[in-house]
Write a protein that binds this ligand. Sequence first.
Ligand SMILES: Cc1ncc(COP(=O)(O)O)c(C=O)c1O
Length: 428
Amino acid sequence: MALAMKFDKSEKVFKELCEIVPGGVNSPFRGFGQVGGFPPIIQRGLGSRVFDIDGNEYIDLCCGWGPLLFGHSHPKIIEAVKEAALKGTLFGASTEGELKAASMVRKAYPSMEMLRFVNSGAEAVNSALRVARSVTMRPRIMKFEGCYHGHVECLDSAGQEATEAGGPLPLGSSPGSASETVVAKFNNLDSAAKLFAEYPGQIAAAIIEPVTGSMGVIAPDPGFLEGLKELCHANGALFILDEVLTGFRVALGGAQERFKISADLTCLGKALSGGLAMGAYGGKAEYVKHVSPTGPIYQAGTYCGNPISVAGAIAELELAFQEGVYERLEVLSERLVSGLKQIGGMLVQNVGSMFFIGFGPERVHDYEDCLKLDLETFAVFFHKLLNRGVYLPPSTTDAACISAVHTEEDIDKALDAVSEVIREMGLN
Ligand SMILES: Cc1ncc(COP(=O)(O)O)c(C=O)c1O
């Protein structure tokens, strides 16, 4: 991994992209807004590595922002997708693959008695909220400060927090949708209890990331999720776990398996489908049956359950069901996280293969702590690391990930690079 990498081609393409695509990116954080500069333009990925158009090679610790549990271009996933594409890209009709994929999801997530495939995590969340409102005939949703659920209008996290703080509504959102949302604090049951008391009979559901992935990686305090579920049920509301990021990542059965808890409704995406566009939502059959055509809630999509994504999901899940995958991920994660802690000079938190590196506070336990993270120091750290061939998400608050195909050598190389950077920055 050479120092003083060149990014000339990336810079040129990115500038041209900016002329035609807002910020040069099709999803905002890719634009390096938090860390400054411009992003390398990626040409291809293989296993644990990505390569940009200037020929630079990186150890990938972003993993597509979570989905790539088996790295890039896994031969089994590529083969499955190729085979599916040769049979046809879309039928707008059911396929056997949907039965196979849905059965596999239900095997990993027994709480998802019935489920639907959609095209993204945000779609899964949006659909689950509709189910909750319809089942309870209540309008309000409780979310948790700093939890990210995709671009779902009523949950728009930054906007909601701005609203709570007395600031303006998120531009472009309808005032009605944001005002239906009430915001509790992560790892703080009292804040949730207060909201249930303040809005009796109005809250349809509480939705939460069981492990946060967008305000640093924060594990739930022991008893927090269980307490929240109890509060929901005592107040006639549904308990929704947004496992779009944790699903198939922190365990085969996600946070529900890891923390031995079950949700009324679950949202999945990301690692569900090996990098293909797909999400899923589901839960108790009596609730999920509320969707059309068995019930009154309209939820539909031309590409929902499309054969290519479904083939990717089946291949991904077959890999995930193999013995030893999650043990391997834990071993690699432990090697990385304990190595980072040994280097010192930074805050590191993880749950399994989700981790984050921050500077400033001694720990991040809620959104307030997250606001204390030192973005400037992270930006310098990030670019120095990128120049040494280690690709983190360009945001200190977002979860970095490793895959089951990362090797001990990858981890050790990344640790060497971090060690050099931390020393160069005089942080340890
Ligand atoms: C917890 C969580 N929920 C929902 C989403 C939205 O998923 P998507 O980007 O596939 O719409 C994300 C994406 O980062 C997420 O991390």
